[in-house]
Design a protein around this ligand. Sequence first.
Ligand SMILES: C[S@@+](CC[C@H](N)C(=O)[O-])C[C@H]1O[C@@H](n2cnc3c(N)ncnc32)[C@H](O)[C@@H]1O
Length: 353
Amino acid sequence: MCYQSAIAYRACGIFEEGDMVMVREASTNGKTAMIGPLEKGRVYGTRKGDVKHDHIIGKTSRDRIRAHSSKKVFGGLFILHHPTMEEYILNSRRTCTPIYPKDASTICALLDILPGDTILEAGTGNAGLTLFLAKSVGEKGKVFTVERNEHAHKHAQHLVNGFSKGTLAAQVEFHHGSVVDVVSNVEKSLLLSTTNNKIDNVTNGVESAENESEAEKKPLLMFDGIALDMPTPWVELEMLHQHLKTDRYCVCYLPNMSQVMDLIGAVRSLPLLVENIIEVDWKEWDVRSTVVRNGNAMLPKSSFTNTAQGLSEVGADDGVEKPQDVVWVCHPVHRPIGHTAFLVCLRKCVDSK
Ligand SMILES: C[S@@+](CC[C@H](N)C(=O)[O-])C[C@H]1O[C@@H](n2cnc3c(N)ncnc32)[C@H](O)[C@@H]1O
């Protein structure tokens, strides 16, 4: 599906067979679940009853459907949504741990991607990062992604095709194998086709020796950015750095500080400078208004209230009877998004010395 059709599809939002759907319980802090691909006759079981795919097909986003429960008169009420890219990545079946959207969006920013860029990615895994990269490079760009595990390679294609009716699939070129072997093989085939062209030109008497030695030195397959999510990227970078354009970036996703140290030690001998080492902290906050009675609110100790008098700690009891007051309660939501990884951003310099 092209971009224009995808925009039109999301705007009208009618769910069809094959689509993925995000359902949200129509209650405060309603739980979400991803259902699909939609198929006539299929049923998705929830603790609030069974949701029939047939009841979703033909409906549109924000429509409500009721689950069927044998135990209760009424099953739960659910609101339908098209999954965002984040919801899609985090709720899809996995072959390995995906890069979380907080890290994936930072990697796109660090790579300084422009529409039309060509990015090399390895390993593809669950295509969590692939989707973010594909969105950043746009319709005219390309994500050249490599995965050595065959099952993961196939599953990633299925995931990219399944997101928003395959809107981003045209931008992604999937390759199976070890990234160094794949890049070497593509480079060899490009060299072979240029050599054949040269031979044809010589036969036709139009060959010129101009820039030949310069062209021979430079690889033909060059990338505007490289993103590596694998255990030992420094091994692969010994060869891959040649395929990164001058002054462009390579970002490595590394869960442990010992890997970061190994990488930094290894790139000293390569034309790559360490530009940044980042740990992305993404903290969600709960912000809502509540009523404080007599200066005491049943709120967590760490909460702060933003009253008309300014910021003050909730629960400070000065013994004076106070009227009921509406205050804002702001505190971080403690979700299990702890440490994910370090992002090491390397920049290609022309000279390694
Ligand atoms: C943690 S997963 C990648 C997750 C992915 N970035 C995502 O967001 O879904 C790491 C993957 O790298 C692959 N891999 C490791 N070394 C590789 C190599 N040299 N070439 C290609 N793929 C490799 C593994 O098979 C594995 O699937």
